[in-house]
Design a protein around this ligand. Structure first.
Ligand code: ATP
Length: 327
């Protein structure tokens, strides 16, 4: 069945990596209608709104959103989109690639981050001169939903273990609730090993022994931080894709932002965006197409035909052309 996909390149390298991913997607014969829309810093300058109403409406109408990056307005665009489309699960795989210099080989971790609550709800207030407060919201409903999603993902992908990350010794109420819910959902999945760590200890374990992790489930802000850490373990943000999935909608976006330091130079690594597109293909059941693209990308990287962040000398579009050529 045909799919309607909203494509939002956004700002900075978002545009560059989106062109690269579309070059690859267009090599596949897929029944996709791509609707290009605007959002981000440039949209704000042009229309006075970082997420124009027409863009939001189109996202709501579509089967999926393919998103590049937003700069300063990221909170108004991507964080808002995640809330508006109720994509409660943010899936961020961190997987090693042959030929990429990284701290470890053969890392294969999936981070399942709760996407709708925690401190990122944006409940922040200036309560007095020089005093600001933020409210952390954790609910049983959202915690249960994300814990179950993590176990179902583990089951679906043949993974063996789920680890919950929290700080329940300090944030006794909010993290305590999250931890307890994860522990009770774990009982429904006796075939999958479960454990939980404090977030600080988990960061150390991730750096010293990433092999003890398989699927990680955690709250919104910890998930944000830990997924960049995990991306760093396997070669950096240039290789880190992500999916935001809800009951009705899905948004696919690389973990990286608009990278103003390299924007406009044509040297952004398109791999994260290409892998993000693969997550979308899998979401729609185009598994063999996703595997073809992933294999092509793996061979391009293994041969060193990469952008400078991975040690190569190719431009963004040249690397994408190398991938497209092998499909
Ligand atoms: P934003 O505010 O939009 O999140 P940022 O610069 O704070 O932008 P990122 O865009 O995630 O955060 O970039 C962090 C660092 O990683 C930058 O030095 C950037 O150049 C680098 N980086 C991010 N994405 C890529 C990529 N696709 N290819 C190469 N380098 C990248």
């Amino acid at each position: 069945m045909g799919k309607r996909i909203t494509v939002i390149p956004g700002d900075g390298i978002g545009k560059e990596v989106m062109d690269a991913a579309m070059l690859v997607l267009n090599k596949l014969d897929l029944p996709f209608d791509y609707i290009w829309m605007e959002a981000g810093d440039e949209a704000k300058e042009k229309y006075g709104k970082a997420l124009p109403d027409e863009t939001l409406e189109e996202c709501k109408r579509s089967d999926a959103v393919l998103f590049g990056a937003a700069g300063e307005t990221a909170a108004d665009v991507i964080v808002r989109l995640r809330f508006e489309l109720e994509t409660f699960a943010n899936i961020r795989p961190a997987k090693s690639f042959k030929g990429v210099k990284a701290l470890y080989d053969n890392v294969d971790i999936v981070i399942v981050r709760e996407n709708t609550e925690c401190l990122y709800k944006g409940f922040e207030f200036n309560v007095a001169d020089g005093v600001a407060e933020g409210i952390r919201v954790i609910t049983r409903k959202a915690s249960e939903r994300i814990a179950r999603y993590a176990f179902e993902l583990a089951k679906r992908e043949g993974r063996k273990k789920v680890t919950a990350l929290h700080k329940a010794n300090v944030m006794k109420k909010t993290c305590g609730l999250f931890r307890d819910v994860c522990r009770s959902v774990a009982k429904e999945y006796p075939e999958i090993e479960f454990n939980d760590y404090y977030i600080d200890a988990a960061c150390m374990y991730l750096v010293m022994d990433p092999y003890r992790f398989d699927v990680i489930v955690t709250t919104n802000m910890f998930g944000d931080i830990v997924s960049d850490l995990a991306a760093g373990l396997v070669g950096g943000l240039g290789l880190a894709p992500s999916a935001n999935v809800g009951e009705k909608h899905a948004i696919f976006e690389p973990v990286h932002g608009s990278a103003p330091d390299i924007a406009g130079k044509g040297i952004a690594n398109p791999s994260a965006m290409i892998l993000t597109a693969c997550m979308m293909l899998r979401h729609f059941g185009y598994v063999s197409e996703a595997e073809r693209v992933e294999r092509a990308l793996e061979s391009v990287i293994a041969e060193g035909k990469t952008t400078p962040d991975l040690g190569g000398s190719l431009k963004t579009m040249e690397m994408a052309e190398e991938v497209a050529k092998r499909l």
